[in-house]
Write a protein that binds this ligand. Structure first.
Ligand code: ATP
Ligand code: MG
Length: 366
């Protein structure tokens, strides 16, 4: 260990398909950007998902969870593939993600949707609408209608089948996600829009009441409210109006997928899942892309940008994070493109070469 360097333990969970390819690239970028800011990382690489099933027969081995739990932050690649698609439920690779999120108690899911000027053409929206979009969706991840009891399919008094789901939010669950959102807005442009359905749903009425009450602690953040049906429309009509959005589990699930299509490129989008204490989980939003795995075709930028979120939201190392974000923009400005974001006139590169170009850009800005 070199003196004067801040040290962090990072758990690397490459997973399946393109996971190992994008993680290997992102690890190098993270290491370089960190070292330029006086940070040193101890990486611990552990199997997860299908890779873990093949190795030890379970999707999330005890040793992997322990290493993740004891780390300062977790960088995950992707999970799943055709090979395990017929496994019974508890032996499906995807269960690893479910267990990880649940047992790390990461209740806040942050997903940016940014349209970089170099990639405006990739957007599904018109250029004038897409240009300059830069928002962050903060989704509650561990509560709400996906978990509330009672739930299930039962038989009612007329002998008819009924499906039941229940949305429950306790005040403390709303408060803690709202705090993450206010803090996030504070690090961005200071605007927070809370999305609910408070005209119909009781959980939403409490949601709006608690978020409103917290606003007085964040006088520097401008709070607004929007019904989810309107928000779904506004995201397409004028996405630039949004800075930070905070919403519940199910609305966030839907709105963040909608927002990802504004950017048009799944290979570019990172995510963070944060808990009250303990390590955060950082991963690209794309899956394991088995169709291009092992061919050096994957876009590593979503994972590289996840590493930047790890630095910013996981470790509070904003300068090192900025180095990575700037380097990604620099590599794009130089015209380097993987297949998924390629347009004529640019330079088509593979996963490794894109990684090397980002590394060069990180180094060039000492
Ligand atoms: P999930 O595992 O979340 O169910 P999925 O199977 O729906 O994911 P992905 O694995 O993300 O979808 O792949 C969807 C499509 O996007 C595929 O054609 C894949 O090749 C492409 N894709 C996904 N990630 C990337 C990437 N990083 N670079 C290039 N193409 C990608
Ligand atoms: Mg898949």
């Amino acid at each position: 260990a070199s003196p004067g360097k801040k040290r962090y333990n990072i758990a690397l969970l490459p997973g399946d398909g393109i996971g190992p390819e994008v993680i290997s690239v992102a690890k190098n970028v993270l290491q370089k950007a960190g070292s330029l800011e006086g940070l040193e990382f101890d990486f611990k690489e552990m199997p997860v998902g299908g890779a873990a099933l093949d190795l030890v027969g379970v999707p999330l081995p005890e040793e992997t969870f322990t290493a993740a739990k004891l780390s300062d932050a977790i960088l995950l690649g992707a999970i799943g593939g055709y090979k395990w698609d017929k496994n019974e439920k508890h032996l499906r690779p995807e269960m690893a993600l479910f267990y990880l999120r649940r047992d790390l108690k990461v209740f806040a899911n942050l997903r940016p949707a940014t349209v970089l000027p170099q990639l405006v053409d990739a957007s599904t929206l018109k250029k004038e609408v897409a240009e300059g979009v830069d928002m962050m969706i903060v989704r509650e991840l561990t509560g709400g209608i996906y978990f509330g009891e009672p739930r299930g399919i039962t038989i009612n008094e007329n002998g008819e089948e009924v499906g039941v789901s229940t949305e429950i939010y306790a005040a403390h669950e709303i408060d803690r996600i709202a705090r993450v959102a206010f803090e996030t807005a504070r690090k961005r442009r200071g605007k927070l829009c809370s999305v609910d359905k408070a005209n119909v749903l009781d959980a939403s009425i409490l949601w709006r009441k608690r978020v409103t009450a917290l606003a007085s602690e964040y006088p520097d953040v401008e709070l607004s409210h929007m019904y989810v049906d309107n928000a779904a429309m506004q995201l397409i009509r004028d996405p630039k109006q949004f800075d930070t959005i905070v919403t519940n589990n199910i609305f966030g699930d839907i709105l963040s997928d909608e927002a990802s299509m504004i950017t048009g490129s799944i290979g570019m989008l990172p995510s963070a899942s944060l808990g009250e204490s303990g390590p955060g989980l950082f991963e690209p939003i794309h899956g394991s892309a088995p169709d291009i795995a092992g061919q050096d075709k994957a876009n590593p930028l979503a994972t590289i940008l996840s590493a930047a979120m790890l630095l910013k939201y996981g470790l509070g190392e904003e300068k090192a994070a900025k180095r990575i974000e700037d380097a990604v923009v620099d590599a794009l400005n130089k015209g380097f493109r993987t297949g998924d974001i390629y347009s004529p006139g640019n330079k088509l590169v593979g996963c490794k070469e894109m990684g090397e170009e980002v590394l060069k850009s990180v180094e060039s800005k000492v």
